[in-house]
Design a protein around this ligand. Structure first.
Ligand SMILES: N[C@@H](CCC(=O)N[C@@H](CS)C(=O)NCC(=O)O)C(=O)O
Length: 303
């Protein structure tokens, strides 16, 4: 109970790193730390991202749009190494003042349009291409409700449970209990929904599925907060969140995650900007559809 003895001072000051895994990039001020322009490729859409759950949402949608034949969704995916502080470069901050991946620049029109926040990017692209977000009001409301549910809920899973279970400098039972309880409740919300509905928002596959899959699908598939050797998040070697949270209980979530994983675009989207797991599953940057066959890390290592 060491943390119960901490008495907050009247005014908090930033005088030491907190010791957590991301202590070196955490700071209490916004804005750029250094000048750095972002590279720009030849495609209409420029994505600056990393293969974390928030990044993967967008690459899944882009691959789905391309699979549907929307050539305007061709994109360059540039790697932003958040552990090196790339998100604090001036070019990135100009795209996303919040300094978090993913960020998108749409250069297809007369003036470039910046889009940040993964949920906003999903909605922007779905509207731009008229795909994966229903138009009929009731179906659209359901889709947007679940999309915003995800945006509001995932911080409990990532910033709450994941942080205290896998990344904090010590295990605090109170924090892990609180967030494990909430994440299990969220999984039950999804499980009940998916007992009555094929996809999250109804009979149609939508951006709500794409938003929720990398987080809660990833959790039931055992990809999150698990030893790095198993392809999990770097730095969480000792942990297995899937076992800890008894994810086998959420049968409908597992059914849905397996169904989505059968989609080639979902599998491609998961490989883009990815820095962990099997080298053949890591396509650090994507500038061409053929890159999936020729530029994954196993191919690059083989020369
Ligand atoms: N609400 C944001 C969250 C994005 C986010 O948390 N991105 C993380 C990686 S998954 C990040 O860039 N972290 C870098 C940092 O916090 O400095 C979204 O959905 O886009």
């Amino acid at each position: 109970m060491a943390e119960a003895e901490y008495v907050p001072p009247k005014v908090w000051t930033w005088n030491k790193p907190n010791g957590g895994q991301f202590a070196n990039i955490n700071r209490p001020i916004a804005g750029a730390t250094h000048e750095k322009t972002l590279p720009v490729g030849r495609h209409p859409l420029q994505l600056y991202s990393l293969g974390t759950p928030n990044g993967v949402k967008v690459t899944i949608l882009l691959e789905e749009l391309l699979a549907l034949g929307h050539d305007g969704a061709e994109y360059d995916a540039w790697l932003i190494r958040i552990s090196d502080g790339d998100q604090f470069g001036s070019g990135f901050v100009a795209l996303n003042p919040n300094s978090k991946i993913p960020a998108l620049l749409d250069r297809s029109g007369p003036a470039p349009i910046r889009v940040f926040e993964s949920g906003s990017i999903l909605l922007y692209l779905a509207e731009k291409f008229g795909a994966f977000a229903p138009r009929e009001p009731a179906a659209r409301a359901e889709c947007l409700s679940w999309l915003f549910w995800q945006v509001g809920s995932a911080p409990y899973l990532g910033g709450g449970f994941g942080h205290f279970y896998a990344y904090a400098p010590a295990r605090f039972e109170y924090a892990i209990d609180r967030f494990a309880m909430e994440v299990k409740r969220q999984l039950d919300v999804l499980d009940r929904r998916l007992a009555e509905s094929r996809y999250i928002a109804g009979p149609e596959y939508t951006i709500a599925d794409m938003a929720i899959f990398p987080w809660y699908g990833g959790l039931v598939k055992g990809w999150l907060y698990r030893g790095q050797a198993g392809g999990g998040t770097p730095g969480s070697q000792a942990y297995d969140a899937a076992e800890f949270l008894s994810v086998h209980e959420y049968r409908n979530v597992r059914r849905w995650a397996d169904m989505l994983l059968e989609r080639p675009a979902v599998r491609r989207g998961r490989r883009v900007n990815r820095l962990n797991g099997e080298p053949s599953e890591q396509l650090h940057e994507r500038h061409d559809a053929r890159d999936f066959d020729t530029k994954t890390q196993d191919k690059i290592a083989a020369g």
